[in-house]
Design a protein around this ligand. Structure first.
Ligand code: SIN
Length: 536
């Protein structure tokens, strides 16, 4: 096994990982990504943009209020204020550094409106290719940064901890085999959990790795039961990553239609198609569960130059041989974003000394039970920079001697790993999805345990694909079980967590739920909150 030293290890190459790596200069950073190239993760697929109150007519206080309202009683208002206040300033700094956002003919930034925002405050880049445009720019900056060593095709198998906290990461590299990366600080920026579900807007790499790494190391986790489903993915037979039809379409006037061609969202919420995401997803998901199709009507928008304004959506429809100018497009909800994750303070610190987290894998408390549209890229940017500032201030020391980490002796055979991943995704979609109940959740937990117990083992070789697949399955099963157990424990409906057996929000559950893994198996201890949320 090779040993490599750096000051900081960043795991993940989405928005949070890239911004953190760039902000950590002059410290020596190793950026590990399991993808073959930069960028990785869901940021690259973001169509809708990045929300910030940068218009002089807007106010970060209003943006914070919208964030808190969407969070269904669980958003930490101090974190929301930090996000929106610092977000506007930090994003302006990136704009001044040349991050390429769309502008009007007169040079002013274009600001779009999205669901549950009280003002037009969403910046886009390349129309609806925001993630791709921004991540290409950030990838070039990271590649050019002398202080960052980019390690691609590097799968983080486990965090390594010592008495003083985290001391490094055991990773398997396609090119170099097992490597023990040592550093005084590790930042988790490895994204979300979408691929734990049958249908998701997230790319293949979103397998819940960060939560599993942190859980096995004993870090506090929170809000795991809150998985956001995007209301409008393209409906069809495909599983895994499905194309997203951005919420900005509804912000620009697209309507949802029922099987008779009538609008139904006006009856469900005063904001109709622009209601909070959980409300829209629930309304669509309920119809689809009852066997009724739902459509997104883009005809008026397409008559008004929509294809040019939404080139990514136009490409998706063309690939699916659908013509939005002629017919409404079939849509269905898909797993999109995880509000829960590794508990951090405002500076990205987790409960383990030296371990930081930022972006979707982190749980800052800013999203509560339901994230406001286009707040995720902003959160990634703000809290990655804050974590980098905290790491710089802590001047991470080279860790003292520790025992070499043990390598896995056995792996799950590849064909079985792929099949079990699909079975687990079906269980999550059936019983831990948009609408849950206690019996279904209990069954899901038992079924996930049975899948884990039934895995065959074969002697571990040095094949990178086999190690990554087996490692991802290990992470998927653990993270799925943690989400299901947290969902079973929360006996109420709130935001993205909807239970048919507990259909209302309950005052006694108006707190965040902490979870720590107490042993190697996914048995969890649901810890009470450290402090109740202030009443707004
Ligand atoms: C979208 O474009 O609808 C997704 C934006 C988001 O999830 O914030």
């Amino acid at each position: 096994m090779q040993m490599r030293h750096s000051d900081v290890i960043v795991i993940g190459s989405g928005m949070a990982g890239m911004v953190a790596a760039l902000s950590l200069a002059p410290l020596r950073v190793s950026l590990l990504t399991k993808t073959d190239d930069l960028p990785g993760g869901s940021s690259n697929w973001a169509q809708g943009g990045i929300a910030a109150a940068i218009d002089p007519a807007d106010d970060p206080v209003e943006h914070a209020a919208d964030t808190v309202a969407a969070g269904a009683g669980l958003t930490d208002p101090e974190m929301a204020t930090l996000l929106t206040d610092e977000g506007a300033r930090r994003l302006t700094r990136w704009i001044n550094r040349g991050l390429p956002f769309d502008r009007n003919e007169d040079g002013r930034l274009c600001l779009g409106r999205e669901a549950a925002h009280g003002a037009a405050r969403v910046l886009h880049a390349g129309g609806d290719a925001t993630g791709r445009t921004l991540m290409a720019d950030l990838s070039a900056r990271v590649r050019a940064a002398g202080h960052v060593t980019v390690e691609t095709s590097a799968f983080a198998w486990d965090l390594v901890t010592g008495r003083q906290g985290v001391v490094g990461v055991l990773a398997h590299h396609a090119a170099d085999g097992w490597v023990f990366h040592r550093a005084g600080a590790v930042l988790l920026a490895c994204g979300g959990v979408g691929q734990l579900y049958r249908h998701t807007t997230n790319p293949v790499e979103a397998t819940g790795d960060g939560i599993a790494l942190a859980a096995r190391a004993g870090a506090d986790l929170a809000d795991l039961e809150f998985v956001q489903f995007h209301p409008t993915a393209l409906a069809g037979t495909r599983t895994g990553q499905v194309p997203l039809l951005t919420e900005a379409l509804r912000g620009a006037g697209a309507h949802l239609l029922d099987e008779h061609g009538g609008r139904f969202m006006q009856k469900a919420h005063p904001l109709a198609e622009l209601a909070p995401r959980d409300v829209v997803a629930k309304a669509i998901g309920g119809r689809i569960a009852g066997g009724l199709p739902v459509y997104l009507d883009l005809r008026a928008l397409w008559a008004d130059d929509g294809a040019a304004r939404f080139p990514t959506v136009a490409g998706i429809c063309a690939a699916a041989k659908l013509d939005p100018a002629r017919l409404p497009i079939p849509v269905a909800p898909a797993a999109h974003y995880h509000m829960g994750g590794v508990v951090t303070d405002a500076d990205g610190r987790t409960s383990i000394p030296g371990l930081y987290a930022a972006g979707e894998v982190a749980c800052t408390g800013v999203h509560g039970a339901n994230r406001l549209a286009s707040n995720s890229l902003l959160e990634a940017l703000v809290f990655a920079e804050r974590a980098a500032d905290a790491i710089l201030a802590s001047a991470p020391a080279r860790p003292g001697p520790v025992a070499l980490p043990l390598l896995p002796a056995t792996l799950t055979p590849m064909p079985q790993a792929a099949a079990v991943a699909m079975q687990a995704a079906d269980i999550m979609a059936e019983s831990v999805g948009l609408l849950r109940d206690g019996i279904g959740l209990s069954c899901a937990i038992a079924e996930l345990e049975a899948l884990d117990a039934g895995l065959d083992r074969e002697a571990a070789g040095d094949d990178h694909a086999a190690i990554r697949l087996s490692g991802e399955l290990r992470n998927r099963l653990l993270t799925s079980a943690l989400i299901a157990q947290a969902a079973l424990a929360r006996q109420e409906s709130r935001g993205a967590h909807q239970r048919s057996d507990w259909p209302d929000a309950r005052a006694e559950w108006r707190h965040r739920q902490r979870v720590t893994l107490t042993g190697p198996a996914p048995r969890i201890r649901v810890a009470p909150p450290r402090s109740p949320l202030p009443v707004m």
